[in-house]
Design a protein around this ligand. Structure first.
Ligand SMILES: Cc1cc2nc3c(=O)[nH]c(=O)nc-3n(C[C@H](O)[C@H](O)[C@H](O)COP(=O)(O)OP(=O)(O)OC[C@H]3O[C@@H](n4cnc5c(N)ncnc54)[C@H](O)[C@@H]3O)c2cc1C
Length: 462
């Protein structure tokens, strides 16, 4: 789909007139990379690219887009896995990457104010300098932006103990699709005045407005972190152990699981696993006292042993911890390289259902002659189940497996997306989870905020 040339040119001409110096381009070579993200859902280049450097720019773009009926797709770093940043309706990609300044780090008030183009890893690095902590840690943290994290309500391994992006956003400067600039939320850690619009806007997938400033809650940084790699003979034992670990009295900040296919994908990358390992759990605990953290880690390792784990390896220093996480972060691309193609899901099931979910997902794949690999944040029930395939000839079978994965997830009391969002990828499954009245209420919210439906059209809703 695309906007008629005359309509687009009228919009761009008025935009250039209203914002002299604004970086606007229609050069095909520059537009091309903006047609793809990490969802693997195809290539949809925009017709124009605008790189905003101020809230005024964003406001003008949206005001004039509403006037001219030109679709606008907000874009961060394009690491999204649900296709949220793909300009499927054509029109303009609005890049926020140049709004990349940390505006304030306030140790007394335990907060930080950032622009949307700041990378997630930079936020925690800045917090660390003051002994503070920004816990949300998507595995893409070195690349993705805070605007994208706000839009997707990003999670990550540490969500098990510390929660997700929404738990750390206190306030937002928010540009409505009509161009109106709002300040929602607050700078205090508590506050209940009026409806929780921050809660609504975080996770709205670039469909209800654009974040131009983000006020984040920080917390004191735990001084001690210990990480263990706990191998199992098979993924069923590992999953059963995981769902019992949290009743051992320990509270890990991460419990990551890798099944046998994920292990095969990263073979040779130096993960210290015995030859008979068919799955691993990465358990990480933190606190302020060395002894206390080590004793909690021992409780986790012992609980896993009672479920048949093999000998655990505890990282002895920061370099070993970093190496473990580097290999963990390599799982996603390594799985893709096994057969060339994959679709990565991010369903969540109640913790106690993780073992059953993994077994049933694999069986669903096998029925279609396909492999389903599962890894991810299994400690909080968030499973990255990946359907591996070679070519688009296999797509009907991939679709059948995906539909079955969603059905199993919902039957087990779960949700179809834990952190990647609905975007384009899961639109067709949303009705399985949300009732018709709920879908109608949310559609009305979308149209209330965006009466001309110019902001990220075709995402979440048709
Ligand atoms: C290897 C890898 C590992 C990953 N691991 C995790 C993980 O552990 N946890 C997790 O949650 N995700 C993970 N992701 C997914 C992805 O990194 C996140 O969804 C991230 O939040 C996307 O940020 P981005 O800057 O790349 O946004 P983009 O992909 O550019 O955009 C994502 C969405 O945000 C919207 N958007 C962007 N900026 C703004 C803004 N300022 N205002 C409003 N809307 C905006 C876009 O329109 C789009 O809908 C991973 C991805 C990869 C490739």
């Amino acid at each position: 789909m695309s906007v008629p040339k005359a309509q687009l040119e009228a919009f761009l001409a008025e935009l250039r007139g209203a914002s002299p110096g604004l970086d606007v381009t229609t050069a095909e070579a520059t537009l091309a990379p903006f047609g793809q993200d990490e969802s693997g859902l195809g290539t949809f280049p925009p017709q124009a690219l605008v790189r905003a450097v101020s809230t005024a720019h964003v406001s003008t773009v949206l005001r004039l887009a509403t006037k001219h009926g030109v679709p606008i797709t907000p874009v961060g770093a394009r690491t999204g896995k649900s296709g949220g940043s793909l300009p499927i309706a054509g029109g303009v990609a609005l890049s926020l990457e140049r709004m990349d300044r940390i505006l304030e780090v306030n140790a007394d008030d335990l907060l930080m104010v950032v622009q949307p183009g700041v990378r997630t890893a930079q936020v925690d690095e800045a917090a660390e300098k003051l002994g503070l902590f920004y816990p949300p840690d998507p595995n893409s943290a070195d690349a993705c932006t805070m605007g994208g994290n706000v839009a997707e309500n990003a999670g990550g391994p540490r969500a098990l103990k510390y929660g997700v992006t929404r738990d750390y956003v206190l306030g937002l400067e928010w540009v409505m699709p009509t161009g109106e600039v709002l300040r929602v939320g607050r700078r205090t850690h508590k506050g209940v005045a009026g409806y929780d619009l921050v809660g609504l806007f975080v996770g709205s997938e670039g469909t209800l407005g654009v974040a131009t400033e983000i006020t984040l809650k920080l917390i004191p940084r735990p001084r001690v972190v210990k990480t263990a790699l706990i191998p199992f003979r098979n993924v069923s034992d590992a999953a059963r152990a995981l769902s019992s670990v949290l009743t051992s009295g320990a509270w890990p900040r991460t419990l990551e699981l890798l099944d046998e296919v994920a292990l095969k994908a990263i073979a040779g990358q130096g993960l210290p696993t015995p030859p008979d390992a068919g799955a691993v759990v990465i358990a990480e605990l933190d606190g302020n006292q060395d002894d206390a953290v080590l004793s909690e880690l021992s409780a986790v390792v012992e609980r896993c042993a009672s479920w048949g784990s093999l000998e655990a390896v505890v990282a002895q220093d920061e370099a070993q911890r970093a190496r473990l996480w580097a290999v963990r972060k390599a799982v996603s691309p390594a799985l893709r390289s096994l057969l060339g193609q994959k679709i990565s899901e991010d369903v969540v099931v109640p913790r106690s259902k993780v073992p059953e979910a993994i077994e049933r997902f694999k069986a669903a794949g096998a029925r279609q002659g396909l492999v389903v690999a599962t890894y991810g944040h299994a400690g909080d029930g968030n499973l990255h189940s990946n359907v591996l395939y070679r070519s688009m000839d296999e797509w009907p079978r991939v679709e059948a497996v995906l539909a079955e994965l969603m059905a199993i997830t919902l039957e087990l009391g779960g949700t179809i997306s834990g952190e990647h969002g609905i975007g384009l990828a899961k639109k067709r499954f949303l009705a399985l989870e949300l009732s018709a009245p709920l879908r109608e209420l949310q559609r009305r919210l979308k149209v209330f905020c965006d009466p001309s439906v110019v902001l990220n059209p075709g995402k979440i809703w048709d």
